[in-house]
Design a binder for this molecule. Structure first.
Ligand code: ADP
Length: 889
């Protein structure tokens, strides 16, 4: 059966042809083939592709569309190929249609899986698609080579046109990328010889990817790297690296294409780099030159400013020096002002100036330059008002005020209308503006900085000169005062020198008056003391030159009617009358020859004791120096009187004391004498009484009854006690009367003697011990007595049931030895520590402890007589320690 020619849908084929024509790479051709076939046939399709470089078909389809087709294995594929014709089974199944792209284009198989027998139209379509793919692949293979050459030419052209390193790099990356159809291109430059940093440049498409965070240069396809070498063919400039070729791996063809491109790129790069370096150098130099220019200009400016400043300072300094030289040590203000104006005029040339001092609300010119117009001179002599704005400003601030563009009319100084600029330079001393320099110029309307500095400098030097003048005046005044004071004091030294010999205060007053008059102009001096209603002139030096006046003075002016004397007495302040108020206190006719009077109160311990009046015949006011002399003399007179009084008082007291002492000594001596005599004289009758009582006891004791014998016993005991009392009293009174000169005594020897005596008297039971005892300055008999009393007491005041023991030791204390006598007896309560040393003071009855209460009083007397002290410390129930001090030998 002849089947009618199959009508292949031409629109589908046309669309396929257009799609194939769009494909730029073999992979795209294969993609188009599968897409078109699947769209037209609606069955699974696959393609096996063998590029020219390869011999065998791959085991699995290179690409496929649609699932579940039973694609043949490798052996089946191999069988298909040599026959060169597509096997399309009429019964359905897999049809394999080979297609060959021609020389250098590679070959392939299109597989179509028909589930049922395909129609002719469908078979035809499949063949057509395979054929179109083959043709397009062949086109690409041929065209590729041509394109490559074209591409290379275009790249060379673009490289040639690229300006600058960055642009060149971008062109290289872009062109390399286009030349071989890579997905990614990177140009990596090593650092340049001149230290330029390494650079990595990506093709524009990859930059986009980089911006979106995609990882760059991830090897997803092939990789082709071409070195970029310098002109010498050795120096590495960097690498041109391409990745992920669009279809399949990079071919040797790509490498061949890239190698010349890389050479061209390297050469262009080198050129661009050197050009860039050269440009950078030029730029750097230009920059440096510019900076140098700027600096030079700055420097010039600074030097200019400094020069100007120096000139200004030099001018000010010159003016200062000129002024200082001109005035020298001059202290006259007028001369200083004249010099200041002269210096201003010589330094500034065109100025007129005036020196002003205040008079009430006006500032009057005292000195002015001779260029001023008479009209102006008249005005400034009459005075400028203090509230003239610039003047007021200068006075308030104490700083110079400069007025540029002076307006004479506006300042109510029409005579200054020709002046262009004015200046007011205040001269202040101690913060107070004392005077002022006013300067004006007709030559300019503005003061230059230099002129201002000069004016300030002159103002300052003027001020310094004035300060110096003032300091000099002050110094001179102080010198005069000092000299006066010295004179007055020297004169008074004579006065107080006599102090010891003189106790009459009037002698001092006379001397004070003499001193005063010797230092003052001719006159006389009076010294008034109040006597009830009258002032009595007690001391007078100098003749009053008028007998009636003298009589008036001697009669005693009335208190309350004599201001010259009343006033200083009441106020305790000096009263100076530069012009004596004649008639105020004395009949006027008597004092016509008296011109000045000073009356000064004389104070002793803050009390007015008199008023010293100095009257001068000469009519001159009291100067500061006069006042100093008067006040110094009077105040010293007061002091001298105080001292004289003290001396007199002291002498009086001393005399009283001496008398009291003498009386005391006498009564003491009398007492001692009495005690001595009494005790001495009592000894014999007591002795007689006790001996006779004993005699009665021995002879007639048998005849007496018990009571009689007891009475006799009492008489004997009392007699013995009386004897002890008298003996002790005698010893007490003898401490003074029988005293001997102290000598060097070995205390240990004295102690040992006393101990032997005590042990003999008290038996061996007495425990008396000592440490090392020193040599002292003492009366040996009294030291014996001292030890005897203290040791006896130590043993006597024993505690019940305790063997008594006394220990003595000594310790050095400065120039003295401190002895301690410690016992283990009953002790003494603190409140009795003083009392026991008083004569007859006992703490116990005689029944408890025998004694007279005199022993410790004797001890105290002995120790004190030797310049030492005696005291006790004790703990009741434990024992006592008696301490005494004696001078070391
Ligand atoms: P008397 O002759 O009574 O001992 P003293 O003048 O020696 O007189 O002593 C005065 C008093 O001091 C004594 O009566 C006694 O009470 C007290 N006294 C003196 N020595 C001691 C001592 N070592 N221990 C305790 N009491 C003492």
């Amino acid at each position: 059966m002849v089947r009618p020619p199959t009508s292949v849908p031409s629109d589908r084929l046309l669309a396929a042809a257009e799609a194939f024509a769009e494909a730029r790479h073999p992979a795209e051709v294969l993609e188009t083939l599968l897409a078109q076939a699947h769209a037209a046939l609606r069955v699974p399709v696959a393609v096996w592709w063998v590029p020219e470089t390869q011999a065998e078909y791959p085991a699995h389809p290179t690409a496929q569309v649609g699932e579940g087709a039973p694609w043949p294995d490798e052996a089946a594929l191999r069988a298909v190929w040599p026959c060169g014709a597509g096997q399309v089974s009429p019964a359905g199944g897999v049809a394999l249609l080979p297609f060959w792209a021609g020389e250098g284009g590679g070959r392939g198989l299109l597989g179509v899986a028909w589930p049922q027998p395909p129609g002719e139209e469908e078979r035809c379509l499949a063949r057509q698609f395979a054929a179109q793919a083959a043709w397009q692949l062949g086109q690409l293979a041929r065209g590729g080579r041509r394109d490559a050459l074209e591409g290379l030419a275009r790249a060379a052209l673009r490289l040639g046109q690229a300006t600058g390193l960055r642009a060149t790099l971008e062109v290289i990356a872009e062109e390399a990328h286009t030349l071989v159809g890579a997905q990614q291109a990177a140009l990596i430059l090593t650092s340049g010889e001149d230290g330029t940093p390494p650079i990595t440049v990506l093709s524009p498409r990859d930059e986009g990817a980089a911006e979106h965070g995609a990882e760059l240069l991830t090897p997803t396809g092939g990789d082709l790297t071409v070195p970029l070498l310098g002109r010498d063919g050795r120096t590495p400039l960097g690498l041109l690296r391409l990745r992920d070729r669009g279809a399949g791996a990079f071919s040797p063809e790509d490498e061949r294409l890239l190698t010349p491109f890389a050479r061209l790129a390297a050469a262009t790069l080198e050129q661009a780099r050197s050009l860039e370096a050269a440009q950078a150098e030029v730029q750097r130099r230009e920059q440096a030159e510019l900076q140098w220019h700027v600096r030079a200009m700055e420097l010039e400016g600074r030097i200019g400013a400094a020069t100007h400043e120096l000139q200004t300072r030099a001018a000010a300094l010159d003016a200062f020096v000129a002024f200082s030289e001109a005035v020298g040590t001059q202290t006259d203000v007028t001369v200083l002002a004249e010099q200041a104006i002269r210096v201003l005029r010589t330094t500034l040339g065109h100025v007129g100036a005036g020196y002003y001092e205040p008079e009430g609300r006006l500032w009057r010119a005292q000195v002015w330059s001779d260029d001023l117009a008479p009209e102006l001179v008249a005005q400034i002599r009459a005075g400028l008002p203090a509230d003239l704005p610039p003047l007021a400003q200068a006075l308030a601030s104490g700083e110079a005020v400069f007025v540029d563009g002076w307006d004479g009319e506006a300042h109510a100084l029409p005579s200054t209308r020709h002046y262009g600029a004015g200046a007011f330079v205040p001269v202040a001393i101690g913060g107070e503006v004392r005077s002022l320099l006013a300067v004006g110029t007709r030559a300019a309307r503005c003061w230059t900085e230099q002129e201002r500095t000069v004016m300030r400098a002159v103002g300052r030097s003027f001020q310094l000169a004035l300060e110096r003048a003032e300091a000099t005046a002050l110094l001179e005044r102080q010198n005069v005062e000092l000299a006066a004071r010295t004179r007055a004091l020297e004169a008074f030294a004579h006065l107080t020198g006599d102090l010891a010999a003189q106790s009459d205060p009037r002698v001092f007053v006379r001397r004070a008056q003499e001193v005063m008059l010797s230092l003052l102009p001719p006159g006389y001096a009076l010294y008034y003391e109040q006597d009830g209603e009258r002032w009595r002139n007690r001391v007078q030096v100098g003749d009053v030159r008028n007998a009636a006046l003298q009589a008036f003075i001697d009669a005693g002016p009335r208190v309350g009617q004599t201001p010259s004397v009343d006033l200083p007495a009441a106020t305790q302040q000096p009263y100076y009358q530069d012009a004596y108020a004649r008639g105020s206190d004395t009949p006027q006719e008597l004092v016509q020859h008296v011109s000045t009077v000073a009356s000064l109160p004389v104070l002793r311990r803050g009390e007015v004791v008199g008023v010293l009046v100095a009257a001068m015949f000469e009519g001159r006011p009291w100067s500061r120096t006069d006042r100093i002399i008067l006040e110094t003399v009077v105040s010293h007179l007061g002091l001298a009187l105080e001292r004289a009084e003290s001396v007199a008082l002291l002498a009086e007291r001393t005399a009283e004391l001496e008398q009291a002492n003498a009386e005391l000594e006498r009564s003491n001596a009398e007492l001692e004498q009495f005690a001595y005599v009494a005790s001495h004289d009592l000894q014999a009758p007591i002795r007689a009484m006790t001996s006779f009582a004993e005699l009665i006891g021995r002879r007639y004791g048998e005849q007496l009854d018990e009571r009689g014998r007891m009475y006799l016993g009492q008489i004997i005991t009392s007699g013995e006690h009386m004897k002890r009392l008298v003996d002790d009293l005698l010893a007490f009174s003898r401490v003074h009367t029988a005293q001997r000169e102290p000598e060097v005594v070995d205390a240990s020897e004295v102690f040992d003697t006393v101990r032997r005596r005590l042990q003999a008297a008290q038996g061996a039971g007495a425990q008396v011990t000592r440490g090392a005892l020193p040599r002292v300055l003492a009366d040996p008999y009294q030291l014996d007595q001292l030890f005897q009393n203290l040791l006896t007491n130590g043993l006597k005041y024993r505690r019940e049931g305790v063997e008594p023991s006394v220990h003595v030791w000594a310790q050095r204390e400065g120039g003295m030895w401190r002895f301690a006598v410690r016992d283990n007896g009953i002790g003494i309560e603190r409140q009795y520590w003083e009392r026991i040393f008083v004569i007859f003071q006992r703490l116990h009855g005689r029944e408890a402890y025998e004694g007279t209460g005199i022993g410790l009083a004797v001890c105290k007397k002995i120790v004190e007589r030797h310049g030492g002290q005696l005291w006790v410390q004790s703990t009741p129930g434990e024992g006592s320690t008696f301490f005494f001090t004696l001078p070391a030998a």
